[in-house]
Structure formats: C-alpha cells, structure tokens
Design a protein around this ligand. Structure first.
Ligand SMILES: [Zn+2]
Length: 338
C-alpha cells in the first residue's frame, strides 16, 4: 500500500515535471516587442512597390498593377494537427486572402523549396488562380500538379541563373542551400517524384532543392533568401537594395557557421536594408499577430541579435515586418525608407 502510494506520487511528479518542461518549450522564445525599435510602420499610401508579409517566407510584392508571390503558405495548421494528422489547405481562408489581397493580379508564385511551410497551399492557389504560374523545383511542381484543377501550362521549372519576366517583374532563381538539417527535417536533397496528393503527412513534403530569388523591378533589386543555408560564392555577383534573409535556427549553428552565413549573404550582397524572415511561429494562424518561434524550435531573440550586430557593423539597416502591412519599398531604399 505504502509502496503503491510512493509509485503513484512519483509518476505524478514525473508527469508534472514533463508537463512543465513541455509547456516551457512550447512558449515563444522571446517577445517581438523587445525589437520594437526595428519594426517598420505599415504604409498604405505609397504608390510604388508594396509588400505584404504572411510569415515564414511568404511575401507578396505588388506594384499596383501586378503582383508576384514568394512561396504559398497561408493555412498554417496547428502543431497538434501537423503531428497528429495529415495537412491540407484551408480553402475558405485562401478564398478570403485571394479577395482581400486581390491575388488574381498575381502573375507568378516563386517557391523557395518544397517543405510544407513554404508549399502547402500551392495546389489550391494554382487551381483558384488559373492565370498564375507556379515556378519552382520538380518537387514543388509535383505538389502543385496534384490538384485536378491545375493546368500543365501553369507549371514552370525554375532554372538557376535563368531570368523570367513576369509583367514588370524580372525574377532570377538562384540555386541555394537549405538550413542545416535537424532530426525532423532530415530530407535535404530528397525529391517528390510523383504528384503529391493532399492531405499529406508533413514529412511527405521533401525539400527537393532550394532556390533564392533575385527580383528586379523598376530599377530596384531585391533578393529573397528563405533558408539559413548557402552555396559558397553563389551570390558574389549579386547586389541588392533590399535583402530578405532567412534566420531560422541561426542561433543554433556554430559560431563559424553563423559568420560564414552572414559573410556569404549580408556582407556579399551589401543591401541597404536587411529584413529577417522565417522567425515566426508558423503553427499559429495568420489571424493573430506573428510571434517568435517556440523555444523547442529556435532561439529567435539570439538569432535577431546576431543579425543586428553584423548588419549595424556594416551600416545596414535592419527592418522587421509583421503580418499587418502593407509596407512600401521606396525606390531609393534610403535610411528612412520604411
Ligand atoms: Zn524547409
């Protein structure tokens, strides 16, 4: 009897400790308000190139006439959904976003790689936007072509260094590298070789190779780099006014890796402005303000500090975007731009 009580008490204590640890690890790794000084102010008045940020690396560029979208991830299923079941698009949410953001003006969706947090909504978007092209790796195109409403003519394979004209936007895919693998993300270079029917397990979205995208519009150059990975020397001839830079798990890499990454991106591309991306908790819906990735996934404040320190040493302005927007990217990208 006594032993039984001791066992029960021990189990309860262990459960309480594990529960407490779990709750701690699920909390955001820091508070966005601690970085208020770097937050951009939304600007709806601007007539030049506007941008909307939807978390991770889903970015909408809009010149008032036409749009291009980097990545297609709006549905953001919860952590529980991702771990316990298959993932798919939230069609009603997508229809709302298409209407609100006038996505029928989107000429192309350029996809950085095939993980679900970049590519989940591609099939549904491509079916709802029949005049929009999907551009990405073979794996990415296999996600999009799983929907019966998507036409073959909408799908186009990205070729590194080969520019594409999309209205006033000239976009060049550049072969890139993914963030170094983690135990749950250990599929780098693996491909999706047949149409991927949704719903699918998150682990079925194989990386399939990664791309950065250089966007040229009206004399402005913008580089979008979604992942915290690089091919040495790849950006040596690339200059951009604005660099969207993935910082997911930067703080988890060795100091040597952090230095090389920032050398190969920030110090090479020499932007006037760097905008960190892929720092938000993508298990939270877009109806809420973006918050930092949870502790189990990253230490975002530390990644931010590493980036800010390197950028400020090079007189590069760091600007943080939230999911409110839109933001205006003025032509000069001068110090008071955003
Ligand atoms: Zn990924």
């Amino acid at each position: 009897m006594k032993l039984g009580k001791i066992i029960v008490a021990t189990i309860l204590i262990v459960v309480a400790i594990l529960g407490g640890m779990g709750a701690y690890l699920l909390q955001p790794s820091g508070q966005l308000r601690d970085f208020d000084a770097w937050q951009a102010k939304p600007d709806t008045s601007a007539k030049s190139l506007n941008i909307r940020f939807f978390g991770v690396s889903t970015l909408l560029f809009d010149d008032g006439q036409e749009q291009i979208l980097i990545d297609g991830f709006f549905s953001r299923p919860s952590l529980w959904q991702v771990l316990s079941s298959k993932v798919s698009s939230n069609a009603a949410l997508l229809q709302n976003i298409i209407q609100e953001e006038q996505l029928h003006r989107t000429r192309a969706i350029l996809v950085t790689h095939s993980h679900y947090d970049h590519a989940l909504d591609l099939p549904e978007l491509a079916a709802l936007l029949p005049h929009t092209q999907i551009i990405g790796s073979n794996s990415t195109l296999n996600i999009a072509r799983s929907h019966p409403g998507v036409k073959a003519s909408q799908l186009r394979r990205a070729v590194s260094g080969q520019p594409l004209q999309s209205g006033q936007f000239k976009v060049t895919p550049l072969a890139s590298a993914h963030t170094p693998p983690t135990p749950v993300n250990d599929d780098l270079g693996e491909e999706i070789t047949a149409p991927l029917k949704l719903p699918a397990k998150f682990s079925d979205f194989k990386e399939g190779g990664s791309f950065d995208y250089l966007i040229e519009h009206d004399g402005q150059q913008i580089l979008v780099k979604a992942s915290t990975g690089f091919i040495p020397g790849q950006l040596k001839n690339v200059q951009a006014d604005i660099l969207f830079l993935g910082i997911a798990q930067l703080s988890r890499q060795s100091e040597d890796y952090q230095k090389s990454y920032l050398q190969q991106t920030l110090a090479t591309v020499k932007p006037k402005i760097v905008i960190p991306i892929h720092w938000d908790d993508f298990f939270q819906p877009l109806s809420q303000p973006l918050q930092f990735l949870p502790r189990f996934a990253d230490n975002v404040p530390e990644s931010m500090r590493i980036l800010i320190k390197a950028a400020e040493a090079q007189q590069i302005q760091v600007v943080l975007l939230s999911n409110t927007g839109p933001y205006s990217l003025l032509k000069s990208a001068s110090s008071q731009v955003l």
